[in-house]
Design a protein around this ligand. Structure first.
Ligand code: FES
Length: 339
């Protein structure tokens, strides 16, 4: 056993265990989400002792200088002393400005922060409610709006998403941290062909990235593929069809797993299939000169979908700096862990 200290209390860790796992195993109510160093919900502050490599990877210089680290990325070392995070250290006050139900399981939230936050679609933020419970959500709009917009799917057993969906009311006080991440549009990409693929509520981020691109006067083509189980889950279908009428360089394709109405909803804009496979069939790789390709990919959604897609695109010769990903590595709420 290796002993470390958290808020002055001794904690025994197993060999090679992370700080987060040791704290959770011993019943400390610490926040976490992805366990991969991405969401930053698990930050703690370093007081004394040796830090293992990677404990501060991905943190900005302000957080590093303030001695924060990701507890999920730091292995326990003997005598390490850490302290929990005070909300006022990193979070700023915000209010839930409005709620709009986009389907029977997805709600669009507008958050009004007390200070101006420079956010872009495709980044993520952390929300913290009155009891300290914190979760990470992807941002679906750029800083042209004074609000931060999120598309939240109510998850089965999801404590926070259920609260946002069913109970939180407009005017509700909340805390906000972030934004983080760089799965975003940049004016440097103005002539590229953007291929945006979102699965489930991964649509929120790719839809926001497409809007950011169009509002920045993007000159290249933009192709957006949305994957859902059924037609009813295509929760921005009519908005995206309208966008397609409005912008000549924007194309939208919906891909569903099955049609509950016996193919009644199928058309050229709604087809059966996996959005990634459909996108790859329409934008084949030029294996002779892959580096000359103007294609730039965005993948947003569940971790398996994102990591397989990213690997496939990379193995076909696309440099990784042309593949932008946003993976929803949320806390596993099931009794049996996902594969
Ligand atoms: S960064 Fe540690 S749980 Fe996500």
């Amino acid at each position: 056993m290796t002993k470390f200290y958290f808020d002055g209390q001794g904690v025994d860790a197993l060999p090679d265990e992370t700080v987060l796992d040791a704290l959770l195993r011993q019943g400390h109510p610490v926040n976490y989400s992805c366990k991969k160093g991405r969401c930053k919900t698990c930050l703690v502050q370093h007081l004394e002792g040796e830090l293992t490599a990677g404990a501060q990877r991905g943190l900005n210089s302000r957080l590093k200088e303030s001695h924060y680290l990701c507890s999920c990325q730091c292995r326990v070392t003997e005598g390490l002393k850490l302290k929990s995070l005070l909300a006022q250290d990193l979070f700023i006050p915000a209010k839930l400005y409005s709620k709009e139900y986009l389907s029977d399981s997805v709600v669009k939230l507008k958050i009004e922060a007390a200070e101006k936050i420079e956010h872009r679609a495709g980044q993520h933020i952390n929300l913290r409610r009155f009891d300290g419970l914190t979760r990470s959500y992807s941002v679906t709009n750029g800083a042209y709006s004074e609000f931060i917009e999120l598309h939240v799917r109510r998850k089965y057993n999801g404590q926070f998403s259920d609260w946002l969906f069913n109970h939180a009311s407009t005017g509700e006080n909340i805390l906000i941290q972030g934004p983080w991440g760089d799965c975003c549009y940049s004016p440097d990409y103005i002539d590229d062909s953007l291929i945006l693929i979102g699965n489930g509520t991964g649509l929120g981020a790719v839809y926001g990235i497409a809007r950011d691109a169009l509002m920045s006067g993007h000159r290249g083509e933009i192709f957006l593929y949305h994957g859902a189980k059924t037609f009813e889950q295509l929760y921005q279908h009519s908005t995206l069809l309208k966008m397609m009428m409005e912008y000549r360089n924007f194309t939208y394709q919906a891909c569903i797993e099955s049609d509950t109405e016996g193919e009644e909803h199928l058309s050229s804009r709604v087809i059966l299939g996996n959005p990634f496979d459909v996108a790859m069939s329409r934008h084949p790789f030029d294996t002779r000169m892959p580096c000359d390709s103007q294609n730039r990919f965005y993948l947003c959604g569940e971790p398996g979908f994102v990591s397989i897609g990213q690997k496939t695109i990379f193995l076909n010769g696309t440099p990784l700096d042309r593949v932008h990903v946003l993976s929803f590595d949320y806390k596993d709420l099931r009794s049996r862990p996902r594969d």
